[in-house]
Ligand binder design. Structure first.
Ligand code: FAD
Length: 292
């Protein structure tokens, strides 16, 4: 399959990219790793008049810290997150999710920002960033704004971003106390998209109670989902088997899977329950300094 004809621009600066997006609006599409956009172009599901390749803009990739937050620059590859081992012990869920995204070829090309902007309901980063309470920095030629990931997804493969907006950063609050997390993914074979994905992040207060809980789900709804009822049931509680089981039940009740060749609604819902339960035990053990 060949894409429809399009103009191609690879600006060297962010300002130039923003100017092109401002001028061309809905006619333009950003190209980051190309692992989702190129297939869409070839299938002619996307037919932009202009593709703006951001691959040559300096400073749009890398992971850094700033004022209590972690900044993952939008063009950071999945493989770069996989290698950021300094995040173990604070943001475990990032390190557990990255190596489960597809295969090394995709991980070396695909970007965190591209994945979030693509808004695949089965995309792993959506669930992870919902669990972590992340925000995106979205820039235009004239302004910038923070978009909480809770307000990003607008339906399958749809976001609330405007055509002229370019995401430059994914911003994650750094935990202030003991933290643990994990990512659990059911796939038909290694490298597959999720049948069910569950991201868990927990922070413990000084008295050992749960101070913060984040649970994100993917592939079980029209968008990635945040299991807010389950999170609320955990906060302020002493971790216990009963509390964890109740949170897992609430998360399973919250998800909206559809039956397909990967499994029935009941099966997927039960995988969510089991993964949330398992993920919370691992996250809490890790936050307490356990070896799980
Ligand atoms: P691109 O393909 O370049 O762009 C995707 C979309 O985002 C486009 O609409 C583009 O305009 C927009 N965009 C990109 N960057 C920006 C930006 N900075 N600002 C504004 N808009 C932007 N993903 C998973 O999560 N889990 C998997 O298991 C998985 N398996 C895969 C298997 C295969 C075979 C393939 C081909 C892909 C798979 N993916 C998977 C998707 C992969 O992670 C992609 O890398 C990702 O979805 C898109 O990232 P990208 O950088 O390639 O973005």
């Amino acid at each position: 399959m060949f894409p429809a004809a399009f103009d191609y621009s690879a600006p060297a600066t962010l300002d130039e990219a923003l100017r092109l997006l401002h001028e061309r609006g809905e006619d333009a599409k950003v190209l980051a790793g190309g692992q989702s956009l190129i297939p869409l172009l070839k299938l002619r599901f996307a037919t932009p008049a202009l593709v703006v390749d951001i691959g040559r803009i300096e400073g749009l990739d890398g992971i850094g810290r700033d004022d209590g937050t972690l900044h993952i620059r939008a063009r950071t590859r999945h493989a770069d997150v996989e290698k950021a081992t300094e995040l173990r012990g604070s943001l475990d869920v990032l390190l557990d999710a990255a190596p489960q995204i597809s295969d090394p070829l995709i991980r070396n090309q695909g970007t965190v920002g591209g994945s979030l902007c693509h808004a695949d309901p089965a995309g792993d980063w959506g669930a992870v960033m919902l669990a972590l309470g992340a925000e995106l920095e979205a820039r235009t030629a004239t302004a910038s704004r923070r978009v909480p990931v809770t307000g990003l997804f607008d339906g399958p493969f749809a976001t609330t971003l405007r055509p002229e907006e370019l995401v430059t950063d994914v911003i994650i609050p750094m935990p202030t106390g003991l933290a643990g997390g994990t990512y659990l993914k059911l796939e038909r074979k290694v490298g597959d998209f999720a049948t069910v994905g569950v991201a868990v992040h927990v922070e413990l207060s000084g008295d050992g109670r749960i101070g913060r809980a984040g649970i994100g789900l993917c592939a079980v709804g029209p968008t990635s989902l945040k299991a807010t009822d389950a999170e609320k049931a955990l906060v302020g509680q002493e971790p216990s088997d009963g509390i964890i089981a109740e949170a897992a039940r609430l998360a399973a009740a919250h998800c909206q899977p559809v039956a397909d060749q990967r499994g029935s609604v009941e099966y997927k819902r039960d995988v969510v329950r089991v993964f949330v339960q398992r993920g919370l035990h691992t996250a809490i053990d890790r936050a307490r300094g356990g070896a799980a």
